[in-house]
Design a binder for this molecule. Structure first.
Ligand code: ADP
Ligand code: MG
Length: 372
């Protein structure tokens, strides 16, 4: 089979690493020929994933297509789908998810618990909704890694909002943030990965580290898993999805957002679960049986981010020390240039003992630095 990936970042790169275990001819469409996935595919095609012609011409000769980022040309995918190319996930699911207004309306329509929200057209419109504060303003399209999200605590902060279509969402008193990956095949069969728990850096608003399986009561785990599974079933699309959820102070569960693709929160599944999220997506696209999503051992993920104050060719300070640590797996994404906060790689740690996981995560964070 000939299968293409729209986007050539680290998610595409890890997807291709898993593809090497199967007989599949791989294609990548991406503008940057030095992207992390470029040299791991059979055929690299330079082009803009947001451009109709580029996506259509790329997809025309393929059996199936998937995405590693949602900012793709959905119209081209719809045309390809109508001509018989299999798209994972379906363009209809991408369309629903890629726009936060549509995504939130979908949750409401299908009674999936998600924080209460209103739609705002622009800044002027936002200022009409003072009574709704404190809230979180989220741009409808184009936001990523916290860049499309702004907390508006009070009236004085309204000017920090987005002057574009957005949602204003009620602030949740978050106790835990978890993510659940759900995979669905063409027959509608599903598998659910154990929840992962995210720990955030309040300054950068970026993931600090992650622990899996999440330390949450069994009852909350079951409830969250059933919400995530229902959500994916309502999307009525095969593929792999990551559902981000909040558990609040009263142990209510709220869906934050969904990604219609392999996800950062599933990096650990490469070493820590019987079947990784990447392998799972190939099984779906190649019409093979679904894999086992269970955890082999508890794990943590530490993101390797570009150190503040350094721009230029990346150097990995402390890498030798980290490579000497036990049960630690290093993934560098092959990005030549570093800049502050850029995702340069990740490290997975395996350990039966949660305290040891947290200790190693902190040790790695203080040992490894990406400088220039
Ligand atoms: N309604 C909310 N209440 C409180 N915190 C929120 C809310 N929505 C988002 N956040 C915080 O902002 C982070 C980023 O928001 P998210 O919608 O996931 O955007 P992104 O696309 O950047 O991941 C979340 O992980 C969470 O920590
Ligand atoms: Mg998010």
């Amino acid at each position: 089979m000939k299968i293409g990936i729209l986007g050539g970042g680290q998610l595409g790169r890890m997807l291709l690493q898993a593809a090497a275990n199967y007989t599949v001819e791989t294609f990548v469409l991406e503008n940057d020929k030095n992207c992390p996935a470029a040299h791991l595919c059979h055929h690299f095609v330079k082009g803009d994933i947001r451009d109709f012609e580029a996506v259509y011409q790329f997809g025309k000769k393929l059996d199936a297509l998937t995405i590693e980022i949602e900012s793709v040309n959905v119209e081209a995918l719809e045309k390809l789908e109508s001509e018989g190319v299999k798209i994972y996930p379906k363009p209809s699911a991408i369309r629903t998810i890629k726009n936060k207004i549509k995504q939130k309306q979908f949750y409401k329509q299908h009674e999936i618990p998600s924080p209460h929200f209103i739609v705002t057209k622009n800044l002027q419109d936002l200022s009409n909704h003072r009574h709704f504060l404190p809230a979180v303003h989220k741009i409808a399209e184009g936001g990523y890694d916290g860049k499309g999200v702004q907390i508006i605590r009070n009236e004085r902060m309204i000017s920090k909002g987005f002057d574009a279509p957005a949602i204003l969402e009620k602030m949740v008193n978050i106790k835990k943030e978890i993510a659940i990956i759900v995979a669905m095949n063409d027959k509608g069969e599903t598998v659910v990965y154990p929840p992962a728990e995210m720990i955030f850096d309040p300054v950068l608003n970026l993931l600090d580290y992650q622990i899996s399986p999440a330390k949450i009561p069994q009852k909350i785990c079951w409830k969250a898993e059933s919400i995530a599974k229902k959500l994916v079933q309502e999307l009525k699309s095969p593929g792999l999805f990551a559902v981000e959820l909040f558990v609040d102070e009263n142990e209510n569960i709220w869906v934050n957002e969904t990604a219609p693709r392999v996800h950062n929160s599933g990096h650990h599944t490469i070493e820590a679960n019987y079947c990784s999220q990447y392998d799972m997506l190939w099984r779906i696209m190649l019409q093979y049986p679904l894999g086992n999503s269970n955890a082999i051992m508890p794990s943590a993920i530490v993101n390797i981010l570009g150190e503040d104050g350094y721009n230029g060719p990346a150097k990995y300070e402390g890498l030798d020390k980290v490579l000497q640590m036990e049960n630690v797996f290093v993934h560098l994404y092959g990005k030549k240039e570093t800049k502050p906060g850029r995702k340069m790689g990740h490290i997975t740690i395996l350990n039966k003992d949660y305290t040891a996981l947290v200790r190693s995560a902190h040790a790695i964070k203080s040992t490894l630095k990406v400088i220039a």
